[in-house]
Design a protein around this ligand. Sequence first.
Ligand SMILES: Cc1ncc(COP(=O)(O)O)c(C=O)c1O
Length: 443
Amino acid sequence: MLNSILGTLEKSPTLWMNEKVWQLRQKGEKVIHFGFGESPFLPHKSIIEALKENAHHNEYLPSQGDLSLRENVSAFHKHFFNQQFLPEDIVIGPGSKELLFDILFAMEGDVLIPAPSWVSYAPMARLSNKKVIPLQTHFETQFKITKNLLEEDLKKAQAKGFNPKIIILTSPSNPTALLYTKKELEELSCVFRKHKLIVLSDEIYALTTFAPVIPASSARRTGGNLKSEATFCSISEFYPEGSIVTSGISKDRSCGGYRLGVALFPKELAWLKEGILKIITETFSCVSAPIQLAAVKAYDLKNEPLLKYIHNCTALHKRIQNYAYQRLKKVGILVHEPQGAFYQYPDFSPFKDILKKKGILKSQDLSQYLLEKEHVATLPSVAFLEDESSLRLRLAFVDYEGENVLNSFIKNKGLSFNIEKFIQKEASHIKEGLDKIEGFLKS
Ligand SMILES: Cc1ncc(COP(=O)(O)O)c(C=O)c1O
């Protein structure tokens, strides 16, 4: 009786790892959790207040989303990213995850997904009866697709009888924490346009980019990079007619459990937006009214303390991520300097021989070994659409008590700030987890 598509899906590796961690913790074991990528901070108090004030709203709201919220989302995306979406082009959903699924469901054609990519894209595509075409990327090219590789992969896919129509692009990326540059996006946009691909541009981590996102309206926006730091750029700048932007409040505003995401459609794809609205009216009807009304505050450009909070959270992620990066690099693990988000995607292949002696031949073995023997939870690269044999893991550096650590960071971040001391005192799990990984490679 079970829908046969479900038979082809594995249980989500993130949830599997969480359950394992929970079981170990239930037994009183200490586990360092580098496996789950949730913001560790509380939502900003202006959002919590707005939620309380709106708790009495028990009415259904328009399926597309509350108008004042869509107005704020439109202004927010224009201010930060120079994106020109009107409130009527925007759809509010219970998380961008649901909206991504609805868009895939609403379309015809097969889906191109760069590998590595976020764990849920491929299962979503399969659930909506689409064929998945993985696009293999490489460590050397920062795990990004390139114009030439994409052309080759498209040719191969067409020769095999696939019908590629949709491509998913994530920047900054989960799992790699790396960004596409302006130049790369400009080049890719030519291929997208030539092949009439629709791009799902997942920009949920845009405001966690370590280089400050300079508001479009600011005189400081010159288009150049701030020295070595990569700045965020959206494919919608070069391919506006074919790019749907998805985002939300789960990451930079730490409201994952509120379940609210947004999708922004260009006028050229209004037909697709209409299709999504049909799905919404016949399924979840609308996002919970108190949550939408609280989110009005989360997208309010006049809410200066919130904008400062986003800035501080990202500054803290950057410090912790850099600390972890330096340590991983120092032991000889292959890893790229992170440019945003909470993750890193180290490659343990330089330790292949040592790992082989421990019976570790693939990422799943490595992740399992670290959990069972070292009590460090990670996610194996096989969960990110990568080949079984790769020896990569996704590590999320958010296992600390967010609220206290953020307050202490704001107090201490002056000139005398010493990240090693700070981590030892405030976020000791980060240090201990990295110590364990280092020790395990030496033993
Ligand atoms: C790359 C990426 N896209 C989308 C999502 C889903 O976010 P939301 O909470 O808006 O559904 C996540 C959450 O983990 C993510 O990592």
